[in-house]
Design a protein around this ligand. Structure first.
Ligand code: AMP
Ligand code: ZN
Length: 114
């Protein structure tokens, strides 16, 4: 838990979110400003600023987040049509919320890589 972290507040249910999945390790919710018909964020309960702050202890958690992303893609019926996972890091990576997260984007043709 990090004070003043938006996503920690969502985990603690201090701020509402459109939650699609939760367990003891991760939470997934719809992005408030969707860039595709399917745009969901997966975050760990543990506060990690971004990939730069992750360490070997987080290896299992990061792999687990990717597998949850794949399951959410399946649940949304975009596993066959296709989807993209994105993890932004720091300013030039386009990171705006400093609690590590994976974006799942799908439901339309995704074109460029920015
Ligand atoms: P990033 O730019 O990779 O740090 O992604 C942060 C994402 O969080 C953006 O796509 C925002 O639209 C999304 N976001 C910000 N605030 C909220 C919120 N309260 N609920 C859901 N998504 C949010
Ligand atoms: Zn946080």
């Amino acid at each position: 838990m990090s004070e003043d972290c938006l996503f920690c507040k969502i985990i603690n249910k201090e701020i509402p979110a459109d939650i699609v999945y939760e367990d003891d390790k991760v939470l997934a919710f719809r992005d408030i400003n969707p860039q595709a018909p399917i745009h969901t964020l997966i975050i760990p309960h543990r506060h990690i600023n971004n990939l730069n702050e992750a360490n070997a202890d987080d290896q299992e958690l990061l792999g687990y987040m990717v597998l949850v992303a794949a399951q959410i893609a399946k649940d949304n019926g975009v596993d066959e049509s296709g989807y993209r996972l994105v993890m932004n890091c720091n300013e030039q990576g386009g990171q705006t919320v400093f609690h590590i997260h994976i974006h799942i984007l799908g439901g339309r043709q995704l074109t460029h890589l920015g």
